[in-house]
Structure formats: structure tokens, C-alpha cells
Design a protein around this ligand. Structure first.
Ligand SMILES: Nc1ncnc2c1ncn2[C@@H]1O[C@H](COP(=O)(O)OP(=O)(O)OP(=O)(O)O)[C@@H](O)[C@H]1O
Ligand SMILES: [Mg+2]
Length: 317
């Protein structure tokens, strides 16, 4: 069902991502892959569907920020395969234990969902060990911060220098895809959707599969009317995006500067220089970080907030 709120796990349920799935199949033959995408673009759905097709292993690392946490999640997934692990390695070190696990997964494709919070130096060292020693292939997801940035832009001292994974960028649906997604989803409930409502949803939700699925779910499963469904998507989405924004701002000294910047968008560089009131260097750095976290984009010469929910939310801050 297109409007279910869980990540999709099979090609029949996964709308409009055949090209990306085929690309993954091709890339994984020779490379490790990172699926990069914003919140709610369907990264987990693409990863899970792919892993089901290749009999791979799914590991959910949301909120996991230590190697110990990674191992714990790996063990949960490995248990399902009934593989015996040698617990003596735990006493030696977590890294050794992790290596033992990977040695037993030879020939497998492992999906690591949301790696961005793992500690960069340990994780990269572990990846290098696996790369050098075992036939294990990884597909990872996340946004361009922390360890992913270090993987994709490794300095010469990085353990993964010269071993850059391939990137598969997951974009939101086009307007046309969004329309078809809604029509198809409604038809699964033997319902049709009003043309004007479609246009409004397509315009407001900007092709984000997750938000479109929420909208459809509110209409068809919870039987809300169009206006209430949009309201609900917004209030649900607001929680998620607020959380995302707070995580980004957590360790920033000039929190207020960032909020000022976000509130000024869409804007060009010169407008931001005026409105944010920081040095050129600071502004450049702030924009780089916001783009890295995929909170903002640059279209032509204009900086914008692409996510429709974040855009609205920022104005309320
Ligand atoms: N291609 C798709 N076809 C059908 N439904 C989809 C598709 N992509 C995403 N969805 C739906 O959108 C919602 C979010 O998808 P998913 O969890 O895969 O996204 P995500 O990018 O991993 O999100 P997050 O950033 O929160 O981890 C789910 O309800 C899922 O069923
Ligand atoms: Mg996900």
C-alpha cells in the first residue's frame, strides 16, 4: 500500500524508484555505495527493498553514535542468520569483535541505515580493515555530515583515502511523479482525488515521498478531509524537522545567526551578507554547514530551503 507509513520493502510497493534500484544493483557489484538524501525522501525504503532483492542484511543505526552501539545492532541482525559469534573477542576489544562479525559475513551485502553519527575515526578504521580483508559489501545511508563527509572527502591521512564509495543521490519526486503517486495511492482505496487538491498537495509538499504518503494516509486511512490532512502532515512533519534542526544547531555557537540566516531565505549571497550581519568567512562557513546537513540548497544564485515543512517551520521560530 503506497500510503502505509512504514518503509517499503519490495519493488511492487516502491513507487518510482526502479531506476535507482537498478543503479544500486549495478554499483554494488564493484563498489561500496552511499545513498544520500534528505529526510523523508525514501532512503530506508530504497535500501530495504534492495537488500531484500539481494538477500542482504539490514542494520538500523538511527541514533547510534558508538562502535559498541554499531556492534550491538549488527549482532541483532546477525542473530537472525543463526551465525555463532566468538564472545572471547569482546574481552579483547570492540574492534576485534566487530572484525570477527564481518569475517563471518563474507559474501554478504550489508545495509547500514543512518551512519552519520558513528565516531568517524573508529568507523573508518573498521571499514578499512573490512575493505582489506573480507568480501563484504556495504550500502550506507545518511546525510552529508560527520562520518559520511569524511568518507566522501577523505584527507590523505584518512584510512579510507583512495577508497571513496559511490554516491547515489535520492531526489524528491518530480511534480508528475507526485501526481501519479497520489492518484495511484487513492485508487488502492477505490477512491479518486480532486484535481485541485492534487495540485495543492503537489505544490505544498514539493515531491517528498514521506510527506505525500502521510497526506494520503490521513485522507484514505484516517478519513480526514483535504484541509485537515494538510494540517496534520504539517504538524507531524514539524516535529520531525524541528528535531532535525535542533540536532544541527546543538553544537553551534551562533545559533541565532543560523536562525536569522534561515529566516532570510530564499536569498542571494549579497542579501544574506546584509541580513545576517556576520563576516564573509563566517557566512561562507554557515552556508557550507547548512548545505552539508542538507537543510538548504542553492538554485542558480539563490539559497533556498527545499523541504516545504522546514520552510514553513523556520518562519515560525
Ligand atoms: N518510493 C516510495 N514509494 C512509496 N512510498 C514511499 C517511497 N519512498 C518513501 N515512501 C514512504 O515515505 C515514508 C518515508 O520513507 P522512508 O522511511 O523510506 O524515508 P527516509 O528517507 O528513510 O526517511 P528518514 O529521513 O526519516 O529516515 C514511508 O511512509 C514510506 O513508506
Ligand atoms: Mg530512513
Amino acid at each position: 500500500m503506497l500510503f502505509s507509513l512504514k518503509p517499503k520493502e519490495s519493488r511492487i510497493e516502491l513507487f518510482g524508484r526502479d531506476k535507482e534500484l537498478n543503479e544500486l544493483h549495478k554499483l554494488v557489484k564493484t563498489e561500496w555505495v552511499i545513498i544520500l538524501g534528505r529526510r523523508m525522501t525514501g532512503k530506508t525504503s530504497l535500501l530495504k527493498t534492495f537488500l531484500n532483492e539481494v538477500n542482504g542484511i539490514y542494520v538500523n543505526l538511527m541514533g547510534v553514535s558508538s562502535i559498541r552501539g554499531l556492534i550491538y545492532e549488527l549482532m541483532k541482525s546477525v542473530k537472525k542468520l543463526e551465525i555463532e559469534l566468538d564472545l572471547k573477542f569482546i574481552k579483547l576489544s570492540w574492534m576485534k569483535f566487530a572484525e570477527d562479525i564481518f569475517s563471518k559475513l563474507e559474501g554478504k551485502i550489508i545495509g547500514l541505515d543512518e551512519v552519520q553519527e558513528l565516531p568517524s575515526n573508529y568507523f573508518l578504521r573498521l571499514l578499512k580493515k573490512v575493505w582489506d580483508s573480507y568480501d563484504v559489501r556495504f550500502v550506507m545511508t545518511g546525510s552529508m555530515v560527520g562520518v559520511i563527509r569524511n568518507l566522501l572527502e577523505p584527507g590523505p591521512l584518512s584510512p579510507m583515502y583512495g577508497r571513496k564509495p559511490a554516491v547515489l543521490k535520492l531526489k524528491p519526486f518530480t511534480a508528475e511523479q507526485s501526481r501519479s503517486f497520489l492518484v495511484k495511492g487513492f485508487s488502492e482505496f477505490n477512491r479518486t482525488i480532486d484535481e485541485r487538491e492534487i495540485e495543492e498537495v503537489v505544490e505544498l509538499l514539493n515531491g517528498y515521498p514521506g510527506w505525500l504518503a502521510y497526506y494520503g494516509n490521513y485522507r484514505c486511512v484516517r478519513e480526514l478531509n483535504h484541509g485537515d490532512a494538510i494540517e496534520e502532515v504539517y504538524s507531524e512533519g514539524k516535529e520531525i524537522m524541528l528535531n532535525e534542526l535542533n540536532r544541527f544547531l546543538e553544537n553551534k555557537v551562533n545559533r541565532r545567526g543560523y536562525i536569522k540566516l534561515l529566516k532570510s531565505l530564499p536569498a542571494r549571497w549579497s542579501e544574506l551578507e546584509r541580513s545576517v550581519g556576520v563576516s564573509k568567512k563566517t557566512l561562507r562557513d554557515m552556508i557550507r554547514k547548512l548545505m552539508g546537513a542538507m537543510l538548504i540548497d542553492k538554485i542558480g544564485a539563490t539559497y533556498v530551503i527545499s523541504d516545504p515543512i522546514l520552510r514553513k517551520l523556520v518562519l515560525e521560530l
